[in-house]
Design a protein around this ligand. Structure first.
Ligand code: NAD
Length: 273
């Protein structure tokens, strides 16, 4: 709460792409709790409406559902129209699928990754900038991945486009900083979401192994990522721009290092006893 008793994002409007489920669902919910009007852009209209009614019943803000596919060129304009003035844009949609060895990949798969991981980030950002420039204020938060910084076999094309999201974040931040607009990103890892459910990540293995993989000892929940997005969009982050924050329980810091089973020290050679 701010000093006049209003929630921190009261009176502000945020567009969240893929805002119905997973990390995006957490972001929509967190902004709504913080008093914002959220335009939830999602191609799963039923899921978006379910979340909107939960938010309307219990949260300070409101959710407007914008049913649409971010790969459709008309979606960005419709989202801006629904928002009216845009204070915050969260470019959250992204997908590592289809994975596969680069040697066997096709141009069609490269185009699929471009459309779902990068092109809509350009399109949506391009559509909101006039509104932000007119008010000399705004905050854009993009969703990349730790794989923009760490090699991931079988996902070279996905990681290349996600690294492009980091570079776009940095360069655009420099370009629009003088207009009061900040641009930042988060780099998640190991989120329990419909795209990467915890049960699938665990794959039937002993849950104690999670401590070996993640320094903070657990998979992430959508709100773990959402709170960092809110921070980056908030006035508390008013002097931060062009940055990508890893939100990963420490996996990027540990890259290559694993805790031994039952916490018996650490190794970067996991096949050694
Ligand atoms: N899950 C992870 O561990 C992880 C790790 C690193 C990065 N990320 C990134 O985080 C972001 C969110 O991931 P997630 O796991 O929450 O995803 P998810 O697939 O679980 O949820 C995606 C949301 O976006 C919507 N959506 C999907 N395609 C869409 C489209 N074309 N148009 C409009 N809406 C669409 C879905 O309906 C859903 O609401 C992605 O950019 C992803 O690359 C996730």
């Amino acid at each position: 709460m701010i000093s006049d008793g209003r929630p921190p994002f009261y009176g502000r409007t945020a567009i969240v792409t893929g805002g119905a489920l997973g990390i995006g669902g957490g972001i929509t919910r967190a902004f709504c709790r913080a008093g914002a009007k959220v335009v939830c852009v999602d191609n799963d209209e039923a899921a978006a409406r379910r979340l909107a009614s939960e938010c309307d019943q219990s949260d300070a803000g409101q959710v407007e559902v914008l049913s649409g596919d971010v790969r459709d060129p008309s979606t960005a304009g419709r989202a801006v129209d629904a928002a009216g003035h845009v204070d915050i844009l969260v470019n959250n949609v992204g997908d590592f699928r289809p994975p596969g060895r680069f040697a066997n990949s096709t141009e069609e798969a490269w185009d699929t990754h471009y459309e779902i991981n990068l092109k809509h980030v350009f399109r949506m950002t391009h559509a909101v900038l006039p509104s932000m420039l007119s008010g000399s204020a705004g905050s854009i938060v993009n969703v990349s991945t730790v794989e923009a910084f760490r090699g991931i076999p079988g996902n070279a094309v996905y990681s290349a486009f996600k690294a492009a999201v980091v570079a776009f974040t940095r360069s655009l931040a420099v370009e629009v900083g003088g207009h009061g607009i900040r641009v930042n990103a988060i780099a998640p890892d190991l989120a329990d979401t419909p795209q990467t459910p915890a049960a699938a990540m665990l794959g039937g293995r002993d849950p104690e192994l999670i401590e070996s993989w993640v320094p903070l000892g657990r998979f992430g929940q959508p709100d773990d990522y959402a709170q960092v997005v809110l921070f980056l969009a908030s006035d508390q982050a008013r002097f931060i721009t062009g940055q990508t924050l890893a939100v990963d329980g420490g996996t990027l810091a540990a890259s290559g290092w694993y805790r031994r089973y039952q916490a018996k020290g650490w190794t970067n050679l996991p096949d050694r006893p």
